[in-house]
Structure formats: structure tokens, C-alpha cells
Design a protein around this ligand. Structure first.
Ligand SMILES: [Zn+2]
Length: 235
């Protein structure tokens, strides 16, 4: 507990114990994932699962600092190495593959899913699975100086928020490391708050623009035509 002396006054020993028993799955160990993994592991969660099928490339290191020295290595395995160095008390499981319909069942073993992938397809697969299985999902995305975060706890969900999606995100999204830092930190705060039963960005999309330094929240509701929410009993 000594290692967490500076945060225990905020959440109590009981809160810390809750964190130490919790399991979080981080999907994507890229720019957002690097930040989310760093702060979740520092805060002493019990177990972290890391999903990523990509390999570390030189141009990733500008924002994916947890992979320093690991160019050429799988990102999930590289992140696992980082976690073991940062906080050996945290159990870590690496899933060195890309998430799809056939392997998403791994998410059932976790209390919260943090969505940090680089494409819409994975976000939708995650959203639908989490809504169906009542697993809270913390969504984050960035573009250039801009970012957004929302937390899906049942309904409304990520699919309710966006009625259409482009086929494919750009191969190289322009971005600064600090944009990932802001969005990833907010995702981490949301995750910790979900685990502790605190109020989160449910039905609220937080958007920010670091060029104008504007932060604002947009409220959204359940879309009656949402494919993911349709079969849910409660709203
Ligand atoms: Zn929905």
C-alpha cells in the first residue's frame, strides 16, 4: 500500500483495495494505450490485459513512449515488458493479435474495457460486445490537436452517438504526442472512476481542441434505431 500513499487520501484504503482487485482490458497499445496503461498500472489495478497485433515502428515512438527500445517487437508484448518494470505487483496478460469477432470473448474476463484502437471497425465490435455483456467501455479518439472521450455504461452507446462511420480511418492520422496524453489521461480517470463507482461521462461526449484550448461536453441520448441497444431491456 505504501506505493499508493499519495492517492489513498483521495479514495481510502478501501478504494485502493478495490482497484487492486480490478481487471482492465486495454485494446490498442498505441498513443492512447501507452498513456492509459502507464497510469492504470501506476495506480495499482490488479490485472491489465493488453491487446495489439501491430509491431513497434520508429515513427510510433513520438507518442508511444512505453515501447522505447522495442522497435520491431509486437506492441502487446512490448507493453507487457514495460508494465513488469513499472509495477511488478500488477498482473499482466498480453494478447498479441488484433481484436475481431472470433477472439473478443477475452473481454468477458475484465471489469472494464478501454477502447484505444486505430480504426472504427474495432471500436464498433468492442461497443457491441460490451453493450451486450454489460461491460463498461471507455472510448477515446484523437486527431491532430483534437480528442474525444465518452464512457459507455449500458445505454446510450458509441453506436448511438454516431449514425454513420467512414469505411476506413486514415493509415497515418496526424497527431501530436501531447494530444494522446490528454485524451489517454481522461480515459484513465474515467476507468478508475468506473471501478470505484463514481460518476462518469455516461451519455456525455467530452471534446477538446488543444489549438483553441476549448473543452466542452455534448450530451447524447439513446438512438431508438441503434443496433447494439435494440435488444437491451433497460435504457
Ligand atoms: Zn446504442
Amino acid at each position: 500500500m505504501d506505493g499508493y500513499a499519495r492517492q489513498i487520501p483521495l479514495i481510502g484504503e478501501e478504494g485502493q483495495e478495490k482497484l487492486m482487485k480490478s481487471r482492465v482490458l486495454v485494446v490498442g497499445a498505441g498513443g492512447l494505450g501507452s498513456v492509459v496503461i502507464t497510469y492504470l498500472v501506476s495506480a495499482g489495478i490488479g490485472k491489465i490485459g493488453i491487446v495489439d497485433g501491430d509491431v513497434v515502428e520508429e515513427h510510433n515512438l513520438q507518442r508511444q513512449f512505453i515501447h522505447a527500445g522495442n522497435v520491431g517487437k509486437n506492441k502487446a508484448l512490448s507493453a507487457m515488458e514495460f508494465v513488469e518494470r513499472l509495477n511488478p505487483d500488477v498482473e499482466v496478460e498480453a494478447y498479441p493479435f488484433n481484436l475481431n469477432e472470433s477472439n473478443i470473448a477475452i473481454a468477458k474476463h475484465y471489469d472494464v474495457v478501454v477502447a484505444c484502437p486505430d480504426n472504427f471497425e474495432t471500436r464498433l465490435i468492442l461497443n457491441d460486445f460490451c453493450v451486450r455483456n454489460d461491460i463498461p467501455m471507455v472510448h477515446g479518439a484523437i486527431y491532430g490537436f483534437e480528442g474525444e472521450v465518452t464512457t459507455v455504461v449500458g445505454s446510450p452507446c458509441y453506436r448511438c452517438l454516431y449514425s454513420s462511420f467512414p469505411k476506413q480511418e486514415e493509415r497515418f492520422t496526424p497527431v501530436f504526442g501531447f494530444t494522446c496524453g490528454v485524451a489517454g489521461s481522461i480515459q484513465c480517470a474515467e476507468t478508475i472512476k468506473v471501478l470505484l463507482g463514481m460518476e462518469v461521462l455516461r451519455g456525455k461526449l467530452l471534446r477538446f481542441d488543444l489549438r483553441s484550448m476549448e473543452f466542452f461536453t455534448i450530451e447524447y441520448e439513446r438512438n431508438p434505431n441503434c443496433l447494439a441497444c435494440k435488444n437491451r431491456k433497460e435504457g
